[in-house]
Design a protein around this ligand. Structure first.
Ligand code: RET
Length: 229
């Protein structure tokens, strides 16, 4: 059951990476977005392959398995996805305001605290790290919908529209991750390990492949605006 999902994850991410690269814009102004979005599922494919092969899959000590490659995947892919959004919000002038450092710092703390929660045997310790991870997550949302949203709106135009669409899609899909985590064996154990692996597979396909393909299409609409300058 679990191994089928992990193998499907490997194949879906590999194909997704190629599809994003093949269909994304090659225009000089936004090629870096295509490359970022193709790299994200490539990293995830590597993590799924490692999990399928059983590398760094550990018994926490009470029978629950912790899939370390998942967290390694997230620590690389989530900053890449956020970096794409920050570049968009700042309309490709990314040296403003230190937002990139702030959002990636919060995001990395969110993933690290999540990993600490997952490996903690004691229920209270697990809950504390879960809540700490959620606090960092809230900080990410704040930056996306507060200062970055404002910057993007000041620039206006097609890119601002694309920023808002991307930020909304990302915010909705990412919100499901802590929910699945909390329900699964790493959290309160309401759903089985297999169910949580399938659920995360669906989320990963949406957050990396679906998101990457849609962002690619949206960015093409803003191509003329970017090339004009
Ligand atoms: C964890 C632990 C519990 C609290 C929170 C979490 C958030 C995880 C998120 C993961 C997103 C992953 C993506 C991967 C694909 O590229 C770590 C589950 C808040 C938001 C988008």
């Amino acid at each position: 059951m679990e191994s089928t999902a992990l193998l499907i994850g490997f194949v879906a991410m590999s194909v997704g990476s190629l599809a994003i690269y093949a269909t994304g814009s090659k225009s000089n102004a936004i090629r870096h977005h295509t490359q970022i979005h193709a790299l994200v599922p490539f990293i995830a494919a590597t993590a799924y392959l490692a999990m399928y092969l059983g590398n760094f899959v550990w018994d926490r000590g009470d029978g629950a398995l912790v899939y370390l490659p998942r967290y390694v995947d997230w620590i690389f892919t989530t900053p890449l996805l956020l970096a794409g959004l920050v570049a968009l919000a700042l309309h490709e002038h990314p040296r403003q305001g230190g937002y990139l450092t702030a959002i990636i710092g919060l995001d990395a703390l969110m993933i690290l605290a999540g990993l600490l929660s997952a490996i903690s045997l004691d229920g209270t310790t697990r809950l504390i790290w879960f809540l700490w991870s959620c606090a960092a997550f809230a900080g990410v949302y704040y930056l996306l919908w507060g200062p970055l949203r404002e910057r993007s709106a000041n620039y206006g135009g097609d890119l601002d529209k694309v920023y808002r669409q991307n930020a909304l899609q990302l915010s909705v899909v990412w919100l499901a991750y802590p929910v699945v985590f909390a329900l699964g064996p790493e959290g309160f154990g309401t759903i089985s390990s297999a169910a949580s692996i399938w659920a995360i597979l669906v989320l990963d396909v949406a957050a990396k492949v679906g998101y990457g393909l849609l962002v690619g299409e949206r960015l093409k609409t803003a191509e003329p605006e970017l090339e004009r300058r």
